[in-house]
Design a binder for this molecule. Structure first.
Ligand code: SF4
Ligand code: F3S
Length: 107
């Protein structure tokens, strides 16, 4: 199993999650982060850190978020590692909680 970044990270990208991961699982795209499922050790530390509540255990994904398992697996192989917190998107708070952000995911 692994933890999964889901839709509400898109266009928020707060990056608090990166700070607590002991094994550097996070990879960064233009407006979203993903977790490498092959590196995640299920420590649970990142889940409560996300201000957007976007991180879930793979077996506790909210309904409709199942496609993010494959998205994390695929994009973590393409995107560079991120190991330090950076500033969120300037309008992150405005996007926090907006529905249907998956169409805005930049790859
Ligand atoms: Fe990293 Fe732990 Fe989160 Fe997995 S559960 S991504 S190991 S902080
Ligand atoms: Fe995204 Fe939450 Fe991390 S918004 S970058 S999963 S802290």
């Amino acid at each position: 199993m692994a933890f999964v970044v889901t839709e509400n990270c898109i266009k928020c990208k707060f990056t608090d999650c990166v700070d607590v991961c002991p094994v550097d699982c996070f990879h960064e795209g233009p407006n979203f982060l993903v977790i490498d499922p092959d590196e995640c050790i299920d420590c649970t530390l990142c889940e409560p850190e996300c201000p957007a509540n976007a991180i879930f255990a793979e077996d506790e994904l909210p309904s409709g978020q199942e496609s993010f398992v494959q998205i994390n697996a695929d994009l973590s192989k393409l995107w560079p590692l991120i190991t330090e917190v950076k500033k969120p998107a300037p309008d992150a708070e405005e996007w926090n909680g907006k529905p249907n952000k998956i169409d805005l995911l930049e790859r």
